[in-house]
Design a binder for this molecule. Structure first.
Ligand SMILES: [Zn+2]
Length: 368
């Protein structure tokens, strides 16, 4: 890893980014419960001098018109939510060149970056392409990209740039698709001996779950992540449920796998009601190598003094853009570790390049 020496002059934007990251990190934002953090972000956007709005799902949007206010906007997003519940102690802090806090890199620093960009944009007269900075809800867990999907349905978007804290050395140009299913089995239950012969929801779950795993052709991905059911060793289970994750780089293949798995999960013996619902879908897709957005993202790295990125596919907010044919990339802001763990940390020094990259990308996309 090459380290550049710090500039002699203090970097106000970097200091501001660190302060904002620590401030936002202290506000809990579990998936589905992002309102408190969203309110702080709305206030910070407004203080920056942006026109601020909150949409029906809880996304916080800061808009800046360009030369033609009716033109589609460049949308830059950072998700508000973290994987941590309200019971997790946050205690954000700076130590030895790092910021430490659950969720600090995924994705609080990205939301803080949106605020820094808002301040910089608001300080100059609006020109060029319109831009929308969006702090979004529902990226993690079973949030199902609720925020990004709604945003892309409601804001005319020429390019969708997602920011992620940890991914400075990567450029995400494609998305692994995923489908999440929940299967429920319900029966009459009863005493294990006294009511013998009564169908069991857990037995139905075991049979259907095994059939679902077997139904998937080799080299395709199925993961039964959660299996629950029953209440006691001497009771016939009246209820059981499974949560299943399917993934594929190819959307059509993912749909085919989904049909096979649903068919297997819906199969239950007489007396057991089986219901299968889709509880999530992150569409697969890829932005073309030759797309102007991908070229701009590569050039922005060079502008910021960063080495060419590892170009990769991931599971990010970009997935929401593929079915709409909106060009999309996800760029990173720094390096760190322990993502999705309470010991999560990020490095402060690389944030300078990460911020420079984001600024350069906006410039290259015509945001004046
Ligand atoms: Zn994230």
């Amino acid at each position: 890893m090459t380290r550049r020496t710090a500039p002699a002059a203090p970097d106000d934007a970097l200091d501001a980014l660190v302060a904002l990251t620590l401030r936002l990190s202290a506000v809990p934002a579990p998936t589905g419960d992002e309102g408190e953090r969203g309110a702080v972000v709305a206030e910070l956007f407004a203080d920056a001098g942006m026109v601020v709005g909150r949409d029906e799902v809880g996304n916080v949007l800061a808009r800046r018109p360009g030369d033609d206010p009716s033109a589609p906007a460049v949308v830059v997003s950072g998700h508000l939510d973290t994987v941590f519940g309200r019971e997790v102690a946050l205690n954000p802090r700076e130590h030895a060149g790092r910021l430490l806090c659950p969720g600090v890199g995924d994705n609080t620093v990205a939301v803080a970056t949106l605020i820094v960009l808002a301040r910089e944009l608001a300080a100059r007269p609006a020109s060029g392409t319109p831009v929308v900075l969006a702090a979004t809800v529902g990226e993690e867990g079973l949030g199902d990209l609720r925020g990004a999907k709604h945003l892309l349905r409601t804001v005319a978007t020429s390019a969708f740039v997602s920011l992620e804290g940890h991914l400075l050395d990567e450029l995400v140009v494609g998305g692994i698709g995923s489908v999440r299913l929940r299967a429920r089995y319900a029966g009459p239950g009863g005493h294990s001996w006294g009511d013998r012969g009564t169908p069991s929801a857990v037995h139905a779950l075991l049979t259907a779950g095994a059939a679902a795993v077997d139904a998937v052709p080799e080299a395709r991905h199925v993961n039964v992540g959660v299996a629950r059911g029953g209440t006691a060793v001497n009771a016939i289970a009246g209820e059981a449920s499974l949560v299943v994750d399917l993934r594929d780089e190819d959307e059509a293949r993912l749909e085919e796998t989904t049909r096979l798995v649903i068919g297997a999960l819906e199969h239950a013996p007489a007396g057991i009601a089986a219901t299968v619902e889709r509880i999530g879908h992150r569409p697969a897709g890829r932005t073309s190598d030759r797309d102007p957005l991908v070229r701009a993202a590569r050039a922005a790295r060079a502008d910021a003094g960063l080495r060419p990125a590892r170009e990769d596919i991931g599971s990010t907010e970009c997935n929401a853009a593929f079915p709409l044919d909106v060009p999309t990339v996800c760029i990173g802001l720094t390096r760190g570790g322990d993502m999705h763990r309470e010991s999560e940390w990020i490095e402060i020094a690389p944030l300078r390049d990460g911020l420079a990259q984001a600024r350069a990308l906006l410039r290259r996309l015509g945001v004046g």
